[in-house]
Each structure stands twice: as C-alpha cells, then as structure tokens.
Design a protein around this ligand. Structure first.
Ligand code: ATP
Ligand code: MG
Ligand code: MG
Length: 405
C-alpha cells in the first residue's frame, strides 16, 4: 500500500506547497517577522529588498535555487517582476509601492497579489483613503484638500479651525509628513516643512486615547478582528501598546472593532490590516488611517494571541483557515526599542537587560546600523493581571535607551 499522499508531498516540498514573495520595505522588521512565521509552517518565502543580509533575508535560507532572494528596491518594476516570477503569491510590508506594476502582474500569479493593488492604491494616498472611508460611512474627522500656498491653508483654517493637522497625502510614516498648525503665523513654517509634498488638511481630533485594531480578511471576504488595544506615541512614533484596551467603557472597545471591521470590508483582497483610531472623551471613535499590512500595534499578537498577525496574514493570502484572534493572556504590552543614537551596543545591552524580566520576550530586528528614532526591536510582556503587567513593565521603561518615553 502506498504512503498517504500528505506524507509523500511534505517530504520534499513546503507544508503549504506555495511560495510567498515579500516586497520588502524600509526597515525590514515586518518582513522579518512574517518570514519567521512562515518558517513555522515550512512555507517558502522569497524576499525583495536591497542587500543580501537584510533583516528579513537573515531569516530565510532558500531551499532551492528557484526561490533565491532578489536584491533590489521595492520601487523597481524590473525587480518586482523578477520576484513575481518566483512565487505563487506576492505580498508587501510597505504600502508606498508602485501599484501599476502590481496591477500588471497580479493575474500572472497563481494566487495573485495581496492586499489587492486597488486597495494599496487607495490607501497609499491619505486623501483618497479618507474620501473612500467617508464615502463608505466610516467615522473620520473633517478634511479638505489644500495646495502648498498660504491662502489655501488659511482657507482650510477658516473652515476647520485651529489647531489643524496638515498632512502629506503620500509617503508618510512616523508622523513625517504631518505638521500640527496651532496658529496662522506658523503657515510659512509648515509650508517649508512639507515643501513639494501633496497636502491635505484634517480637523484636529481632541482624542483621549489612540487605539488600534488588527483586522484580517480572507480571500473569500471573511473578516475577523483582534482585540482593541491602546497605542501610546512619542514624537509621532508608536512607543507602547497595551492589550486589551482598558480604562474606558468596554462597549467602546467593541465599537472600535466594529468600526475597524466595517472599514476593512470596504477594501478588496486578502491579508492583515492595521486600523488606527482615536477615542474621544464621550466614547466616540474616529478612524485615523489604515495600513494594509502587518502593523506595529499588532506585534503583541505573537506572544499574546492564539494566532499572530503574521501567521494570520499568511493564512489569509494562502486561502488557509484563519486562526483565532483571541488573547491567550489576561494582559499584555509591547514596547518598541528605538535607537537613541548611532550606538548599537546600547540596544544590545538593553535587550540583555530584558531577559531577566518575567513574561518579557525580546525581538531584535537584525538591523546593521542604529540611528536616533530607528526601530531596532521590541519587547512584549505578558502577565496574569494588569497590576502585574505594570510591575513587569517598570524596569523595561526605566532602562530604555535614551531614557523612558
Ligand atoms: P504612521 O507611522 O502611523 O504611519 P503617519 O506618518 O502616517 O504615522 P498619522 O498616523 O496620520 O501619521 O499621524 C501621526 C500621529 O499624529 C497620530 O498617531 C496622532 O497622534 C496624530 N494625529 C494625526 N491626525 C490627527 C488629527 N486629525 N488630530 C489630532 N492628532 C492627529
Ligand atoms: Mg501612516
Ligand atoms: Mg499613523
């Protein structure tokens, strides 16, 4: 009697029999964690980014010549086509990619491109994203397009008031692309700071907390969400995430999940989405922006949830059953390890110091160079209660490179 086919298949091929291509982005940590997750399922991964030993490529040694990595930029159409020729499905760790080439190649790939290029096209221009969300009934703050002129911005202030958030429509991250305008006299400074970038203006949201929900959408349109979390930013960079969201009406957390799920349902394609929102004092919620990829606010899911955001992204794009999004611990936090200077030893020392903290799991991203403001790693802490979580978190916050947030 011959062996069951499931065994004979798995001996030489990967467990899921499909190869995933990742269009690598700026930092590489999202691709790195996605690749680490794929390795648990024996899924072959091919990575396109610049260099041979990037954070993501460090994780995957190709198992055959056909799945060797690609050295090049996520912005280079030739390299994107080369990556596409090697894989069954292509996904991204950054939304600031050339969509035209992705649209061209998606029908040539057995499982296409996820998230869908049409989704990336909408999301990568924040003004178009906001118009899309508003048209589909998502709660968003008022906004208007502005041009890079004093008069246009003054007109926006007349309509939306002060303070006013000026935003670059494209290529924004970590708040680089935002200017908080508090008085009319700052308009020239704002124009200087956002020079040559396409802009829009957003009414200021007087939020009490920033919150986020990861949502995963399968190829058949099924949408499930992770618990709502609180995100704490410093200098526009996410520093801390607390899961689950506390300190507000539990109904607000459920509403946040609903807002996030409803928003993700309006987009095409499969995969994980990070939905950033604002919680106001009266419990109402505004949607800030959506990232069509794994997200910093979802790193905690690796240790704290039954299925991580990375594994669920892979499951979604490979049409595998989605995993449970439930928390498996009562309380969790994620702390970003952000460079304070070019001194990488400081990061290593800090990572070592986390090893003696109960419930802490440190992730270093394998970046060759450290810079002020660069995300170098993160620590997730899990605990049996919120009180114990705060106790475990305290030394991690006190010893942070460059001081506590
Ligand atoms: P990311 O790294 O999350 O992609 P980004 O550069 O795309 O960031 P936003 O998320 O739009 O920038 O804004 C960065 C931060 O600025 C938000 O997390 C929030 O703290 C603040 N912010 C953004 N929009 C508003 C607003 N309309 N009113 C008040 N604060 C805002
Ligand atoms: Mg953004
Ligand atoms: Mg943001």
């Amino acid at each position: 009697m011959s062996a069951p086919s499931v065994l004979s298949n798995s001996s030489s091929s990967n467990a899921m029999d499909k190869t995933v291509g990742i269009l690598g982005g700026r930092g590489g940590q999202l691709g790195r964690m996605l690749a680490a997750s794929a390795s648990l399922l024996n899924i072959d991964v091919v990575i396109l980014d610049v260099g041979d030993y990037t954070p993501a490529k460090q994780i995957v040694v190709p198992r055959k010549p056909e799945t060797s990595h690609v050295d090049g930029s996520f912005a280079d159409p030739v390299k994107i086509r080369e990556l596409a020729s090697k894989v069954d499905v292509l996904t991204v760790e950054i939304e600031h990619v050339g969509v035209d080439v992705l649209e061209d190649i998606q029908s040539t790939l057995p499982l296409g491109v996820h998230p869908s290029p049409s989704t990336i096209r909408i999301i990568q221009d924040k003004l178009i994203q906001k118009k899309h969300l508003r048209a589909h009934g998502s709660p968003v703050s008022d906004f208007i397009q502005v041009s890079s002129s004093f008069l246009s911005i003054r007109n926006a202030v007349e309509q939306l008031g002060l303070p006013l958030m000026l935003k670059s429509r494209t290529l924004a991250y970590d708040g680089r692309g935002n200017f908080a305008l508090h008085q009319l006299s700052q308009i020239d400074e704002a124009l200087q700071a956002l020079k040559d970038r396409p802009l829009y203006a957003e009414k200021w949201v007087p939020f009490v907390k920033e919150i986020a929900v990861m949502v995963v959408r399968s190829t058949n349109g099924e949408v499930v969400s992770y618990p709502a979390v609180e995100t704490v930013h410093k200098n526009n960079i996410c520093h801390l995430v607390f899961a689950p969201l506390r300190g507000c009406d539990p109904a607000a957390a459920e509403r946040a999940r609903q807002v996030a799920e409803d928003a993700v349902k309006t987009f095409e394609g499969a995969g994980i989405f990070g939905v950033e929102m604002f919680l106001l004092a009266d419990g109402s919620i505004y949607l800030n922006e959506i990232a069509p990829r794994p997200h910093n606010s979802g790193h905690y899911t690796i240790e704290a949830c039954e299925t991580s955001q990375y594994e669920n992204h892979l499951r979604a794009i490979l049409s595998l059953p989605l995993g449970s999004t439930a928390l498996k611990v009562p309380s969790a936090a994620m702390l970003n390890i952000i460079g304070a200077s070019s001194d990488i030893d400081e990061i290593t020392q800090y990572a070592k110091s986390t090893l003696s903290v109960k419930g802490a799991s440190v992730h270093l991203y394998g970046k060759a160079d450290c810079r002020k403001g660069r995300k170098m790693g993160h620590v997730t802490v899990v605990a049996p209660s919120d009180a114990e979580l705060r106790y475990r978190l305290r030394p991690l916050l006190e010893n942070l490179p460059g001081g506590s947030p």
